[in-house]
Ligand binder design. Structure first.
Ligand code: NOJ
Length: 742
């Protein structure tokens, strides 16, 4: 057994400054304003209203200084309502206007899970920047994104909004999204404040059922769930939203440990915290607060600066201050945090929209960026050689998702317009693809449709064609908030549709357009190729055609594990090994003899019916090119905690098609003060390689990146042996080893 030295890693040295450097002008402004405010006006700054009341009543509240922020307001009245705040309230404090702009404003990009499949921070940053540009010109100054919940459960509808199962990937892409929304300066006319959410653990809802409790111990919180939040706050995220769930019994909007100790003391966050929609008042249903007054007391003291919708602050804080149950210090700090962000947004200088300015909405640049994002977000899961298609082939367009302009936009596209969606069917009517000969027979009207009455027409159509493209998946409403499922097979009669098409003997390309990783193992035998698209947005149809016809080469890789059966959930690549890891020779249910005596059947950890492996592993994805990995070199096989290890390998494109490979870096810490994951992603790069050529890929891995919260809950690098892989996915790759010394 090797000796393990514990090396205390100075936590502060890896936390780069989390805050905008203190700008004394900003602080003076905030302090001056704070001094002028009455307690009632301060409480007003802590109140966010949903726009669901008559305009006159809203304006009256604004005049009285009772509202700080609004959400879901019609952009056409934003100037009017800001004018009320600025010109008719005593202190003229502008409103911050929030909206859920999750993956595009009007120009809709792929859902976040799709964007994560690009493993491309530039794609994510550009998408967020475009969303911010389109939104700010409408007067929206704050979005509730990125969602950084790590999700290991495809039943959970909000997996669609997530950046996948891996904390490193979510951290890199979440930071990119923050940069994209916020730009260099929040006051720019193409920047809006980001809101990292949901703090924290929400994606681990028991059973994948939305809003359910979570039970994540502090060590796991710190080693997995908090990572993308910390990174995105380091990237400058202006605001943070608490989650709905109770973790280990404590609802997030009442969790002072997370909101004060972790967020403020450890991470130095100086933006503001908003509750989720009524997540404060829901603490009564949780059984954590006795009544609405109790809610206000708990959340204010826990560190929620602004209350979304439930209005307990407005109703009770004054009384709570009088009773010394909430201190003025707590109130002043909350208001400071809010005013600071309003100041940074430039709202005190100019809260209005310039309605004379030409719009950038749906500009060609925006549409082309959305198309690029959809191209890079698609994952080729199977190809027996039928793809790419040849332009001279006659194709049959089948399936409910071939022309589903609303559903292709995915969850949370409040502002996307279906008449602007280029579906695969519409793509075939554009100049670029109108030369393709096709016949269209949907077969099913929508994904839940189980009426097979048109299947004979489908078969006749397919028989007259060279290839069938079957577009299956999920309507947008089947994923997203409050839309969890306990069965994640293709819904309706879509599996039967695939079988019917395959029975014609024609080659079948299955194109999935869905909000989550579905269990498609049973469908694979009926498809010669599978292209998977998480709802790809406005330009999805063109992107899909670009990929099917080889104008673009698929490059996306899975940001989540695809399970074979729903019962395998949770299954994720960075799990611990267990004491009985499954071997290759597992016994399956079919191998068990009748009346077999009681036995531990191989004594390892697997399912008798679905085995030990998922259908597709994290990081998996095919291309029209093939890549060979070789010549793995490390700068050193031994390093100290202040060193950086350089890992290089040669990646050869062994095909005659130019392509892009997402090369991944994984490590495994072999022995720790706690059991460590069997692999952890530590880097990735997109490398474009011409046919037949080779490129050297170089990863720099600072040893500090190996730090984790061990037995004593301190962040340290633990000396010892590590394995390291440069790999095309989380299962394969070429391997080396190194030792970290004290
Ligand atoms: C509830 C959702 O959980 C949250 O993500 C969203 O931003 C708010 N509602 C506002 O719509």
């Amino acid at each position: 057994m090797k000796t393990k030295f514990l090396i205390l890693f100075c936590a502060t040295s890896i936390i780069t400054s989390c805050t905008t450097p203190t700008d004394s002008k900003e602080e003076h402004f905030v302090e001056d304003l704070l001094r002028k405010m009455t307690l009632a006006e301060k409480i007003g700054q802590m109140n966010q209203l949903n726009f669901d009341q008559p305009l006159d009543s809203v304006k009256a509240q604004i005049r009285r200084g009772e509202i700080s922020s609004m959400l879901n307001i019609d952009p056409t009245i934003i100037n009017e309502i800001q004018k009320t705040a600025v010109e008719e309230s005593r202190l003229g404090i502008p409103l911050i206007i929030g909206r859920d702009i999750i993956h595009g404003y009007k120009t809709v990009f792929p859902i976040p899970l799709g964007q994560a499949a690009s493993f491309n921070p530039e794609i994510v940053e550009t998408g967020a920047h475009i969303a911010a540009t389109e939104a700010r010109e409408q007067g929206i100054t704050w979005t509730f994104a990125p969602m950084l919940d790590i999700s290991r459960d495809a039943r959970w509808g909000r997996i669609a909004e997530s950046l996948g199962e891996d904390p490193y990937l979510a951290g890199e892409l979440g930071s990119a999204m923050v940069r994209g929304f916020q730009g260099d300066n929040l006051s720019d006319n193409n920047a809006i404040a980001a809101c990292v959410k949901h703090f924290v653990g929400y994606g681990a809802a028991e059973g994948g059922r939305d809003y359910n409790s979570t039970n994540i111990p502090e060590r796991l919180l710190r080693n997995v769930y908090l990572i993308p939040f910390q990174k995105s706050i380091e990237a400058g995220a202006a605001t943070l939203m608490t989650s709905f769930n109770d973790n280990d019994g404590i609802p997030a909007s009442g969790n002072d440990f997370l909101l004060r100790k972790v967020l403020r003391d450890e991470w130095n966050f100086d933006g503001f915290v908003v509750s989720d929609w009524c997540s404060m008042s829901e603490m009564i249903a949780h059984g954590y607060a006795a009544d609405r007054k109790d809610v206000a007391r708990i959340s204010a003291n826990a560190g929620v600066d602004m209350e979304m919708v439930s209005q307990t602050y407005i109703d009770y804080i004054e009384g709570l201050v009088a009773e010394n149950k909430v201190s003025m210090q707590v109130i002043d700090d909350a208001v400071r945090n809010i005013l600071r962000i309003k100041y940074r947004l430039g709202l005190f200088d100019n809260p209005y929209i310039d309605t004379t300015k030409a719009t950038t909405i749906y500009s060609d640049k925006h549409l082309q960026a959305a198309r690029r994002a959809a191209v890079e977000s698609a994952i080729l899961l199977k190809n027996n050689g039928i793809l790419p298609l040849k332009p001279e082939q006659t194709i049959a367009i089948i399936g409910p998702m071939a022309h589903a302009p609303h559903d292709q936009l995915g969850t949370w596209s409040f502002d996307g317009e279906k008449n602007r969606t280029v579906t695969p069917l519409r793509a075939l009517q554009t100049d670029e693809y109108k030369h393709i000969k096709y016949r269209y027979e949907a077969g099913l009207d929508y994904s839940r449709d189980s009426d097979i009455k048109n299947f004979s027409k489908v078969k006749a159509t397919v028989k007259q064609s060279d290839v069938a493209l079957v577009f299956v998946g999920e309507e947008a409403i089947l994923s997203g908030e409050a839309h969890s499922l306990s069965n994640i097979n293709l819904i309706g009669a879509q599996s039967e549709l695939l079988k019917a098409v395959k029975s014609t003997g024609k080659p079948v390309v299955m194109v999935v357009i869905a909000g989550r990783p579905l269990t498609i193992e049973r469908d694979l035998p009926y498809a010669d190729a599978v292209l998977y698209n998480f709802h790809p947005g406005t330009m999805g149809g063109l992107a899909i055609m670009d990929l099917l016809y080889g104008k673009e080469n698929p490059s996306g890789k899975l940001p989540v594990t695809f399970v074979r059966e729903v019962g395998q959930i949770p299954m994720y690549y960075n799990h611990n090994n267990t004491g009985r890891p499954a071997q290759d020779w597992i016994t399956l249910i079919k191998d068990i003899p009748l009346e077999a005596p009681q036995t531990s059947l191989g004594n390892t950890s697997f399912y008798l019916d679905s085995g030990k492996d998922p259908l597709f592993v994290f990081g998996y994805g095919l291309s029209y090119s093939t890549f060979e990995y070789s010549d793995f070199r490390l700068s050193s096989h031994e390093a100290g905690i202040n060193d950086t290890i350089t890992a290089t390998a040669t990646i050869k494109n062994t095909s005659n098609t130019d392509g892009t490979e997402i090369v991944q870096l994984y490590v495994r810490d072999l022995v720790g003060s706690i059991a460590r994951p069997i692999k952890e992603l530590k880097g990735f790069q997109r490398i474009s390689i011409k046919a037949g050529e080779s490129k050297t890929v170089t990863f720099k891995l600072p040893v500090s990146e190996l730090a984790f919260y061990g037995k004593d809950l301190l962040k340290k690098v633990e000396a010892g042996e590590f394995d390291i892989w440069i790999a095309p996915n989380s299962k394969e790759g070429i391997k080396e080893s190194f030792v970290i010394t004290e």
